[in-house]
Design a protein around this ligand. Structure first.
Ligand code: NAG
Ligand code: NAG
Ligand code: NAG
Ligand code: NAG
Ligand code: NAG
Ligand code: NAG
Ligand code: NAG
Length: 554
């Protein structure tokens, strides 16, 4: 259908509706525009401050749940105040480190009633407190949660959040964020009434040319992909029978309102058509609203309406710029996606005939180097902005949109299978909790490559690590050191993710583990063989260019 094709073309096209992109002029001869909206780290002080934060463990609870948890962080921070917005270039954040100690006495109150008391150590995060819901009435309005913490010197700190305890929902899916790990839990008629973790792995999908056909939806699901993002909405087409197929397949999908999210009348018309489907995963509003320079309040306005009409599913959007009004655009989302596409680009000179730098030009990947490292760098950047913004934003999941295409404009070649896998592991190592690549069907080579790794990361044992642990980065890839390593601990096992971000063979890799006594029990992904030697994990032989491994240790 024309409208859908127009949407697809719009995403990739060189023909942009406005004169600027990410706040920058991009056409040859256009006068330079200095973009605003650059987020800087908050001011810092030389002494650390207690950064008390509280978050519900889950973004929502429903009335069939009798208890939940809150997460209390008592980290130390050198930041004072909120991040500043200005013009590039930006300063980098300071990573707070302080070896202080001390115990805080903590009280958690919901609606002024004490629901939990306990102690936590200063300089710890992710402390969990159980909360019973027996005194709460299910309702759509949130409940205020307040935490007070008294320090060794008698100083009292406080933090607050909101907790949703919603009426039970008996139709379709209920999806929530586990804020401890940034992962998703869903419940529908396939999960026996239980909330189950899911690691969404799949693609955006060309609806018009491909996913309109039911057999293709089934075939895609059978290839091991756990999620789909059809690029269409009811505004473009009646997609009800295709949704029925996704429901029957338990193929969880993201509902895309890229063309209509700024029209709240239209959003209000679409929500009832979608919200009660068992395979609905998430809402999706702005598709690169920062690149398009949509009104700064547009994502928040759509978010507020969606939250009012359907609080049972999170809202996602993708941001395309490195750092352009991130605070405003991301405010309208529970999940922030990044789509840095570095493969086959010229990162310094655009085919529009301009150089690309912090204040000028569009090379298809904003402020990128044209290296796979652009992907984890973007995930890290978004994570840093979220921590500067603070509060609930510091626990918002980040998802990756890897490149699975090429064209005749910015992206002159497809990623190779090795690059597909490397971009995935790099994103996961840096904390991405789902991946929807642009766009399916890609080449057969890419489809096959993605299917191969989907069958590993969406199922046990790897999925438990990706959804029920946070990665700890041991080594970040850089231009001089291409190997990227992170590990996830879950119960008494550890998963190590290794990716080579560059086109160089590495002759020996030795990874120092945080503790001793680990044995390699399996290598769920990759052809390299590994063994341990004391507290060191050793690759046997060469580690190939763009190579990847997932190693299970016990
Ligand atoms: C913390 O609670 C314990 C036990 O109730 C009490 O002995 C201690 O004085 C409290 N500490 C502070 C700083 O309030
Ligand atoms: C769940 O519901 C959908 C339709 O609402 C149906 O197609 C599917 O077969 C059901 N699945 C199970 C396991 O009952
Ligand atoms: C907004 O959506 C409504 C409902 O679909 C439609 O009638 C109206 O024309 C749309 N407005 C614009 C400006 O597109
Ligand atoms: C949203 O921002 C636009 C300016 O971009 C303004 O005209 C409009 O009134 C704002 N809407 C609301 C509801 O604040
Ligand atoms: C980018 O384009 C410029 C100008 O055509 C050229 O000099 C440069 O070598 C190109 N760089 C890459 C990495 O292709
Ligand atoms: C970016 O390139 C433009 C156009 O050549 C130039 O005017 C500007 O000074 C450059 N900006 C930076 C930060 O290098
Ligand atoms: C990696 O380097 C080899 C040898 O120089 C080259 O043939 C190959 O095309 C490069 N691969 C990529 C993906 O750049």
């Amino acid at each position: 259908m024309k409208t859908v094709l127009a949407c697809l073309a719009g995403f990739l096209s060189v023909i942009r509706a406005q004169d600027s992109w990410c706040g920058k002029a991009y056409q040859a001869g256009a006068p330079e525009i200095i973009p605003g909206g650059w987020l800087y780290a908050p001011d810092t002080s030389s002494t650390p401050r207690l950064d008390l934060r509280v978050s519900p463990r889950h973004s929502i609870y429903v009335s069939s749940e009798e208890a939940g948890q809150v997460i209390i962080d008592a980290g130390l921070s050198y930041f004072t105040g909120a991040p500043q917005e200005g013009t590039p270039p930006g300063s980098s954040g300071i990573q707070p480190r302080w070896d202080g100690d001390g115990i805080l006495n903590v009280t958690v109150k919901i609606k002024c009633r004490t629901v939990a008391v306990g102690t936590i150590a200063i300089d710890t995060t992710g402390n969990l407190f159980d909360v019973q819901f027996d005194e709460l009435t299910p309702r759509f309005e949130s409940y205020p949660v307040k935490v007070t913490a008294t320090g060794p010197d008698g100083t009292t700190y406080s933090a607050s959040t909101s907790l949703f305890y919603l009426p039970e929902k008996n139709t379709g899916s209920v999806v929530k964020i586990d804020y401890l790990y940034g992962s998703l839990l869903y419940r529908n008629n396939f999960t026996n009434g239980e909330f189950s973790y899911v690691f969404p792995y799949g693609f955006y999908g060309n609806y018009d040319g491909y996913f309109r056909v039911h057999e293709n939806i089934v075939a895609y699901s059978n290839r091991g992909f756990s999620g789909l993002h059809p690029v269409t909405s009811f505004v473009d087409s009646d997609m009800s029978s295709q949704i029925d197929t996704m429901d029957a397949q338990n193929l969880l999908w993201q509902y895309d309102m890229r063309g209509s999210f700024k029209n709240l009348t239209s959003v209000a018309e679409q929500v009832p058509l979608v919200k009660d489907h068992p395979s609905l995963l998430t809402w999706y509003t702005g598709d690169e609203p920062d690149g398009w320079e949509d009104p700064l309040n547009s994502t928040q306005l759509a978010y507020d309406l969606l939250a009012e009409m359907d609080k049972y599913h999170p809202v996602a959007l993708v941001l395309n710029c490195q750092n352009y009004y991130f605070r405003d655009y991301s405010a309208g989302a529970d999940i922030v996606m990044e789509d840095a596409y570095p493969v086959g680009i010229n990162a310094t000179f655009s085919f529009h005939g301009t150089p690309c730098n912090l204040t000028y030009g569009d090379c298809g990947c904003d402020n990128c180097h044209g290296s796979l490292i652009d992907v984890p760098d973007r995930v890290d950047a978004f994570r840093a902005y979220q921590s500067w913004i603070g509060g609930q934003a510091s626990r918002k999941p980040i998802w990756a949109v890897p490149q699975s295409f090429s064209d005749t404009t910015y992206w002159r070649r497809d990623p190779t299978p090795e690059e597909v896998w490397a971009m995935d592991i790099l994103a996961f190592n840096h904390g991405a909790k789902a991946r929807f690549a642009w766009i399916y069907p890609a080449s057969d080579i890419i489809n096959d490559a993605a299917s191969k790794i989907a069958k590993v990361v969406t199922v046990s044992p790897v999925m438990e690590f990706l959804t029920q642990a946070n990665p700890v980065l041991l080594r970040g890839a850089s231009q001089t050191s291409p190997i990227d390593v992170a590990y996830w601990s879950h119960e008494d096992t550890v998963l190590v993710g290794v990716a080579n971000a560059r086109n160089v063979t590495v002759s020996s890799i030795e990874i120092e583990l945080p503790s001793d006594g680990w044995e390699v029990v399996a290598t769920p992904w990759g052809d390299v063989t590994w063994h341990t030697n004391g507290n060191t994990l050793v690759a046997e032989g060469l580690f190939p260019a763009f190579g990847t491994s997932l190693i299970l240790l016990k």
